[in-house]
Design a protein around this ligand. Structure first.
Ligand SMILES: *[C@@H]1O[C@H](CO)[C@@H](O)[C@H](O)[C@H]1NC(C)=O
Ligand SMILES: *[C@@H]1O[C@H](CO)[C@@H](O)[C@H](O)[C@H]1NC(C)=O
Ligand SMILES: *[C@@H]1O[C@H](CO)[C@@H](O)[C@H](O)[C@H]1NC(C)=O
Ligand SMILES: *[C@@H]1O[C@H](CO)[C@@H](O)[C@H](O)[C@H]1NC(C)=O
Ligand SMILES: *[C@@H]1O[C@H](CO)[C@@H](O)[C@H](O)[C@H]1NC(C)=O
Ligand SMILES: *[C@@H]1O[C@H](CO)[C@@H](O)[C@H](O)[C@H]1NC(C)=O
Ligand SMILES: *[C@@H]1O[C@H](CO)[C@@H](O)[C@H](O)[C@H]1NC(C)=O
Ligand SMILES: *[C@@H]1O[C@H](CO)[C@@H](O)[C@H](O)[C@H]1NC(C)=O
Ligand SMILES: *[C@@H]1O[C@H](CO)[C@@H](O)[C@H](O)[C@H]1NC(C)=O
Ligand SMILES: CC(=O)N[C@H]1CO[C@H](CO)[C@@H](O)[C@@H]1O
Length: 808
């Protein structure tokens, strides 16, 4: 390693560390649940892209669309396939598609894209069909899936290109779809296929290279005074027209149309008269281009005004790794469309158009409004009756001046690391009688982040690894009634329960987890689902306070006896239950810190070259700060006893030792004998058979010790570095300033070991995203996550909840 490259690594790490320290807003999941085999998985060999889903509770099936196949899976266990139907492209279609320059095996296939319910037995299904979108009816009768073979034209209902985003929705018998209507993908439309088909204008002021992500229906005609109509809302990103940039900038939008729209009589014939759009605001805590909406979920309330759209945003440029969730109330969006100002194009210079706020007179009935009492009073019962003045206005000015602001002023959640891809939200009735919105957010590396807003503080309860390999989650569906989540990716569909309270084995664990689905049942002494606790009176739940005073005293942790052989390195394992907890090691009432003798790492404590004076009692405590209160819990206790060869006066026999070390190598033999002069006569301490775990551990120890040798090199580096010739120094200085940055400071004085920096680097690079660097360092080599014990506890303060942009 040349000096320069070493420097760049150190600088890079420092940048990384200090950035993470500066960004206390970014959420860290409290628990990381690694991939479990118990999850119910469905996939068929040779079939890929499981990315369309339709839940049919009434039929007891989950309909799953993949590439050239549709499955009916048992809704209670998706591993159980009830029926399947294959819809392959014909050779002829594939040939035509290939002639047009598309990839035969990837693009010229039939990707099932649209799956909607028509009636009790029938579904409407569309596929890309080798760049020739086609739709059909499909029945599920007597356990059989069958395509009717009607083969309707699918243009505008389904994309040509399987990689293009799209959205569709069935309302009554009308199919609303947002996609591209031509082969090149250059003519975007929002289409209603019905007896009276309507579409958007082909004008860039209506849609400019959009990426449609979501559509939903809001029954706004219900219980209104102004006689308003029901609406279909859609979310997409497109090229901005409102910014003056030399290069293209994308913005996120919400648009809506009225259900009763029939188009105009002369102007806007067979086009929407009610297509209005507005910019969605979701500001990230760092300066950046507007983030891009990736997925949306409508959490419905009985009162539609209180329904809330939850939207996932990712950065526009690949440089950033920060995603966010913003929430928008239906009433806020509605206010902008119903009362907000419009934008209007003005020509500046010769050919340049600028969009500015329209200040002139707005015609009546209001352009873009649905037919409501105002229009009816004017004798206009249908959009066909609207005057040209109103229609021309809206044809030329579909964009609102004001952006829609998030419900909470800023993002609900900001997450660094693997980008967020999909979102669903469940409303959970907790024992305190309140409803909590629990978000399940899929990531691009196959995880689900489960987050809840507890009294204004956003909190990621856990992250769950759904897929063994890091694949993007491409669809997420929730069955609130069944308490199940269904996720799809290229490689299969997975079913996951919304909660697994049995993961928390003690009362304190159960309470501190603050999962609205879980409560401690004092009768059964188990952490159980709130829906199944034997009686609400004997159940304990404390979501806001995390009040554990009602919990019984935990049993003291029994000390594990342990043999100490002078000169050996000793490893005492201790795995914390929470990523937000700090580890606290004590030896005879003294707190231990990482130094030349002790090495505290994610999996435990390493005592380097133990001596006789190291015998005694070791305690590993976990300290977790919640709302400023410390929750201490003893995780492990070890009694280190000096090993005497004769075994005289020593009740710890070597034989006993073997049993334990075979498990997880408490005593570690280093792989570098030259550093370990006294390797002989230690048979009892050698693990019988090295498990994977111990192999990696050995490696780790070796690296640690080797790193002592690189001390000199690092010394040089730090000397130069301290001279302040490099940019990154600025960050380093800031880093050492605050408590929050102790973590990085720790790197400095831990013996200045290169390899320690390397070991810890990738972990510290993900203070809020325990899943972004899987390939880098994995102590156990089994995909399990580890948390740096020295991680900054003060990152708890902000927990990703940003009330106000001024904080930034
Ligand atoms: C479908 O899955 C295959 C296999 O993983 C992948 O190569 C391809 O890109 C996927 N296609 C789409 C449209 O996602
Ligand atoms: C789900 O179905 C699979 C395949 O039939 C079966 O092996 C598994 O035991 C089932 N799981 C449950 C919980 O019923
Ligand atoms: C369901 O819809 C299909 C297609 O519109 C129709 O042919 C069928 O008769 C309907 N079935 C029922 C039970 O309504
Ligand atoms: C609109 O509807 C009202 C009552 O439904 C009716 O009296 C009126 O004639 C209609 N107006 C037009 C222009 O159709
Ligand atoms: C719930 O968690 C427990 C303990 O980790 C595990 O044994 C069980 O399989 C999990 N259940 C499900 C359905 O994932
Ligand atoms: C918990 O740990 C903190 C931090 O180490 C300490 O200050 C506090 O006294 C401990 N509390 C209890 C009850 O052990
Ligand atoms: C070995 O480890 C397993 C799982 O980590 C644990 O269940 C078992 O009790 C351990 N056995 C010994 C002897 O420590
Ligand atoms: C190894 O340890 C034994 C006793 O444990 C001691 O007598 C011997 O001198 C040591 N050897 C070296 C090379 O340190
Ligand atoms: C160690 O593992 C090897 C191969 O895995 C096996 O043959 C041997 O019996 C094992 N030794 C002990 C003591 O378990
Ligand atoms: C000597 C020693 O540490 N024995 C322990 C080995 O592990 C078992 C189970 O974890 C303990 O019960 C023994 O005390």
């Amino acid at each position: 390693m040349s000096l320069l490259s070493a420097l760049s690594i150190v600088c890079g790490l420092m940048l990384h560390v200090s950035f993470s320290a500066l960004n206390n807003h970014y959420c860290v999941p409290r628990m990381t649940v690694p991939y479990q085999n118990e999850l119910k998985l469905f996939n068929e060999e040779g079939i890929f892209n499981y990315s369309t889903m339709l839940i049919r509770d009434d039929l007891g099936v989950l309909l799953l669309g993949a590439r050239e196949a549709v499955y009916a899976l048992d809704i209670n266990n998706v591993s159980v396939r009830k029926a399947a139907v294959y819809w392959r492209v014909t050779e002829e279609k594939q040939r035509e598609c290939t002639y047009k320059g598309k990839h035969a095996e990837v693009e010229c296939r039939n990707y099932i894209r649209t799956l909607h319910r028509v009636n009790a037995t029938t579904m409407y299904v569309c596929g890309t069909n080798a760049f020739s979108p086609t739709c059909d009816y499909m029945t599920f009768v007597k356990g059989q899936l069958r395509l009717e073979g009607k083969q309707e034209e699918g243009k505008g209902k389904c994309p040509f290109d399987p990689f293009q985003r799209y959205s569709s929705l069935m309302v009554g018998n009308d199919l609303y779809s947002a996609t591209s209507i031509n082969f090149l993908g250059s003519e975007p439309v929002v289409l209603r296929s019905s007896d009276l088909a309507l579409r958007t204008e082909f004008k860039s002021s209506w849609l400019s290279e959009p990426n449609f992500v979501y559509m939903d229906f809001v029954g706004e005609s219900f219980d209104t005074l102004d006689g308003d109509d029901d609406k279909v809302y859609m979310f997409f990103s497109e090229n901005a027209m409102e910014y003056d940039f030399y290069s293209k900038v994308a913005v996120s939008r919400v648009a809506r149309v009225c259900k009763g729209d029939m188009g105009g009589q002369r102007t806007l014939q067979r086009k929407w008269t009610s297509f209005l759009k507005a910019r969605l605001d979701c500001s990230l805590p760092e300066p950046s281009l507007p983030p891009i909406v990736q997925d949306v979920f409508l959490l419905k309330d009985k009162d539609w005004r209180k329904s809330v759209f939850y939207a996932v945003f990712t950065p526009q440029s690949g440089l950033s790794q920060v995603s966010a969730v913003c929430a928008y109330s239906v009433s806020a969006i509605r206010d902008i469309f119903n009362e907000g100002k419009f934008k209007t194009p003005v020509a500046v210079e010769t050919s340049h158009i600028k969009w500015v706020m329209y200040t002139g007179e707005v015609p009546v009935p209001r352009p873009g409004a649905c037919i409501n009492s105002v229009a009816r009073k004017m004798g206009m019962n249908r959009s066909l009756d609207l005057p040209d003045k109103t229609l021309q206005f809206i044809r030329d000015r579909p964009l609102m001046d004001e952006a829609v602001r998030p419900l909470t002023g800023g993002p609900l959640l900001v997450k660094r690391g693997a980008l967020l891809t999909r979102i669903v939200v469940d409303s959970v009735l907790a024992l305190d009688g309140q409803r909590y919105a629990v978000m399940f957010i899929g990531t691009e590396n196959g995880y689900i982040q489960k987050a809840v807003n507890n009294a204004g503080e956003m909190f990621i309860i856990e992250e769950i690894q759904l897929y063994e390999t890091p694949v993007p989650i491409s669809i997420l569906r929730l069955s609130s009634g069944k308490g199940q989540l269904y996720a799809g990716s290229e490689f299969g569909a997975i079913q996951m329960p919304v909660s697994n309270c049995s993961r928390y084995d003690t009362c304190v664990d159960c309470i501190v987890a603050r999962d609205p689905y879980c409560a401690w049942d004092s009768t059964t002494e188990q952490c159980s689902s709130v829906y199944s606790v034997s009686s609400a009176k004997t159940a304990i739940q404390s979501l806001k306070e995390a009040d554990v005073t009602q919990c019984p005293q935990p049993d003291p942790v029994a000390a594990v006896d342990f043999t100490l052989v002078p000169g050996n390195n000793i490893q005492l394992p201790c795995q914390l239950h929470s990523n937000l907890a700090q580890v606290l090691w004590r030896f005879s009432h003294q707190t231990l810190h990482s130094n030349s003798k002790y090495y505290i790492y994610s999996g435990g404590l390493l005592i380097l070259r133990a001596s006789e004076s190291d015998a005694g009692l070791y305690t590993c405590d976990s300290v977790e700060l919640i709302n400023g209160r410390a929750y201490n819990r003893t995780v492990a206790v070890y009694q280190l006893q000096l090993y005497s060869r004769a075994g005289v006066g020593d009740n710890t026999t070597p034989g006993n030792e073997v049993t334990n070390s075979s498990n997880s190598t408490y005593n570690v033999n280093t792989a570098t004998p030259e550093l370990e002069p006294n390797l002989t006569n230690k048979e009892p301490l050698k693990p019988e058979n090295q498990s994977d775990t111990s192999k990696v551990t050995r490696l780790e120890v070796a690296v640690t010790l080797l790193s002592l040798l690189s001390l000199s090199l690092l010394g040089v580096i730090f000397w130069i570095w301290n001279k302040g010739r490099w940019e990154c120094l600025k960050f380093a200085k800031r880093t050492s300033e605050s408590e929050a940055k102790r973590q990085s400071a720790e790197y400095m004085h831990i013996q200045n070991r290169t390899s320690e920096i390397k070991l810890l680097g990738p972990e510290s690079g993900r203070p809020c995203s325990a899943n972004n660097n899987h390939s880098a360092v994995d102590f156990k080599g089994n995909g399990e996550h580890h948390f740096t014990p020295m991680a900054n506890i003060s990152s708890l303060d902000g927990l990703g909840y940003i009330n106000d942009e001024s904080e930034i």
